[in-house]
Write a protein that binds this ligand. Structure first.
Ligand code: PEP
Ligand code: MN
Length: 345
């Protein structure tokens, strides 16, 4: 950590800063410039983070050298992580192709959509059984019945299932049925939920909050990792902006930006990022071109009757066309799309 002292810091204040550092059992290196004095601190930065260093008289600025997300950071783990979701790999050159409706709906529809996206090359099937809705009057999901249905679909087509868990009390229940737990944008900073999914053995899909910085996202991943669950995949799903032309603002630069900072895979969700079927294919391809480790897309066979997010759903045939473009791009990029496993592991 580096402390930059105020230009008018007195000798007594400088001595006091050095005493405080020594009292913490750390070493310091003082550098007196013409205008500013700088103190370099050598030792465990975590110890320092707990201290309000900027409250010491004479200190102007505190600059950490290492990120606070030490488990999620690439410094700690230079190799890109590969996350195994019941036999389907995401990261390190393996692309996750997540597809399915926003909400779990009636069985025939679920089987129909799943059959179609599996044929197109999807390797993870999604659907929300517990829906975090902006309005308390909107459809809240089918609950456990929806989980049961997802499991049947997963078992029939040998495709792993990813579904959202909205409450720490539901983590055990959702883990019984799902291969991967989704933490949604609205819950990214639900620390009790992050702690609970961190204790689960299921891989976690952590979506970026709509007002979250990249640092916030990585700190939330750290919550999960710090509980012992290192199987985390991040998801860029758009952030709030001033422009209502798209549902959110697709932050494609977040993909390489996160990859420079973290070893965790990051996928893109152009469905929630744009909210517009016409923009989803180009943004999905842009995400892959920017280095994303996968793409998450909502697909519905009759969007006009969808229980949620119908206006942004791709039709199965539109998904099929996009999937073939994604496959071509993947091979151009030298990446692999994990095939469905013979049996789910
Ligand atoms: C979803 O995946 O359907 C969803 C609600 O996503 P987000 O949390 O990104 O809004
Ligand atoms: Mn949705």
């Amino acid at each position: 950590m580096i402390l930059i002292l105020k230009s008018n810091a007195t000798d007594d204040q400088i001595d006091h800063v050095l005493e405080r550092v020594e009292a913490m059992g750390l070493q310091h290196h003082l550098s007196r410039g013409t205008f500013r004095t700088i103190v370099g601190i050598i030792g465990d930065e975590e110890k320092l983070r707990q201290e309000p260093m900027r409250a010491i008289p004479g200190v102007a600025q505190v600059i950490p050298v290492l990120p606070a997300y030490k488990l999620a950071s690439r410094d700690a783990h230079p190799e890109s992580s590969v996350i195994d979701v019941s036999g389907v790999k995401i990261g390190g050159g393996n692309l996750g192709m997540i597809a399915g409706p926003c909400s779990v709906e009636e069985p025939e529809r679920m089987f129909r959509i799943a059959e179609s996206v599996c044929k197109s090359g999807a390797n993870l099937f999604r659907g929300g059984a517990f829906k975090p809705r902006t309005s308390p009057y909107a459809f809240q999901g089918m609950g456990e019945e929806g989980l049961r249905l997802l499991r049947e679909v997963g078992d029939k087509f040998h495709i792993p299932i990813v579904t959202e868990v909205t409450d720490p009390r539901l983590v055990d229940l959702v883990s019984e049925y799902a291969d991967m737990l989704q933490v949604g944008a609205r819950n990214m900073q639900n620390f009790a939920l992050l702690t609970e999914v961190g204790k689960s053995t299921r891989p976690v899909l952590l979506k970026r909050g709509m007002s979250a910085t990249i640092n916030d996202l990585l700190m939330c991943a750290e919550y999960i990792l710090s509980q012992g669950n290192s199987n985390v995949v991040l998801c860029e799903r758009g952030i709030k902006s001033f422009d209502p032309a798209t549902r959110n603002l697709f932050d494609v630069a977040a993909v390489p930006a996160v990859q420079a900072l973290s070893h965790l895979p990051i996928i893109v969700d152009p469905s929630h990022a744009t909210g517009r079927p016409d923009l989803i294919p180009p943004c999905a391809l842009a995400g892959l071109a920017a280095g994303a480790d996968g793409v998450h897309i909502e697909v519905h066979d009759c969007p006009e009757v969808a229980k949620s997010d119908g206006p942004q759903a791709l039709l199965p045939e539109q998904y099929d066309e996009l999937a073939s473009q994604m496959k071509s791009l993947a091979s151009l990029l030298g990446k692999t799309i994990s095939p469905l496993p013979e049996t789910l592991v």
